[in-house]
Design a protein around this ligand. Structure first.
Ligand code: GLU
Length: 302
């Protein structure tokens, strides 16, 4: 991937996982990233995050691109598919290995739960386990077990401070709160954390605008950027659209497919979640133009 030599000062992106069509929640993230790029006279890219193959639905990638086009949200470059970028992720993992920042792990989930229980720790953190460090090189490494996954060493990460344009100052103790996280999974698939960091850098992304459910992934990505010597983008995490049960709207809790019979109406509905009020009855280009102006007033200088 070649980054233009005169990189524009703003390059944003929308990075859907093709696990199904866009729904009301993902449209908010798509619209917000597009509006922020337009409000900054920047470029807007789309990246199909299809590394987690078992979760991907065949055809969902093209369906999403078509839904975006129907809404007037057209990327400024051809989209990128993560499934074609394995060599770039492998090169990044190699650099981390060479710097002794990544190590192979032979633990199964059962091994991890047993080690946590033996240490008197509860094995859950938002449903994720904080890896107890069993296979860390300093603890003796694989100890004869076959390698399954690759993990990032978080021993020297410390507390990571960062600024979100909407949420304000954020911090996370990476080792204590997340632990040594997976870069390459036991099933051979690349982990989102590594792929997203490599691609954001290769695409020259300066600004990440995405849903607030990903805010607590950001320190993992900042640490990878730091170790790989990559630039740190600005971040804005948008409000989540909640389902009736109070959970984040998702296919699992019944997010209905977007009704795109009236694209301006779909955009107006998404805009309300971003605290933007748009005038009903306008055509598509006028609705988008008004949304850019409203976004500029509400969000641009944050
Ligand atoms: N692919 C992720 C998702 O659909 C978004 C990743 C990102 O924006 O960093 O939830």
């Amino acid at each position: 991937m070649t980054v233009p030599s005169s990189s524009p000062s703003y390059i944003g992106r929308f990075a859907p996982s093709p696990t199904g069509p866009l729904h009301a929640g993902s449209l908010v993230a798509a619209l917000a990233s597009w509006l922020d790029a337009r409000a900054h006279q920047g470029r807007w890219l789309v990246r199909i995050e299809d590394v987690d193959i078992p979760r991907c639905v065949p055809g969902a990638d093209h369906f999403i691109l078509q839904q975006l086009a129907t809404l007037g949200l057209r990327p400024d470059e051809a989209p990128l598919w993560q499934s074609r970028r394995g060599a770039h992720y492998a090169a990044a993992l190699e650099r981390l290995r060479d710097a002794s920042q990544a190590y192979p792990c032979g633990c199964s989930r059962k091994d991890i739960d047993a080690a946590l229980a033996a240490a008197g720790l509860t094995p859950e953190r938002h449903g994720e386990r904080v890896y107890p460090g069993t296979c860390r090189p300093a603890h003796g490494g694989l100890g004869g077990k076959p390698a399954r996954a690759w993990r990032l060493l978080t021993a020297q990460a410390g507390v990571i401070d960062w600024q979100d344009r909407r949420l304000g100052p954020q911090r996370q103790d990476l080792e204590a709160e997340v632990g040594d996280f997976v870069l390459k999974r036991a099933d051979g698939l690349w982990a989102y954390q590594l792929a997203v960091v490599v691609d954001d850098a290769d695409q020259g992304i300066t600004d990440i605008v995405r849903g607030a459910d990903l805010a607590d992934n950001t320190p993992r990505q900042l640490q990878l950027q730091r170790l790989l010597g990559l630039p740190r983008p600005r971040y804005l995490h948008t409000p989540l659209v909640l389902a009736a049960d109070g959970q984040k709207l998702s296919k699992q809790n019944g997010a209905a497919a977007l009704d795109l019979a009236d694209p301006p109406a779909a955009l107006r509905a998404a805009a309300t979640h971003l605290d933007l009020t748009l005038t009903p009855g306008l055509g598509l280009p006028e609705t988008l133009a008004e949304a850019v102006l409203r976004w500029r007033d509400r969000w641009r200088d944050l």
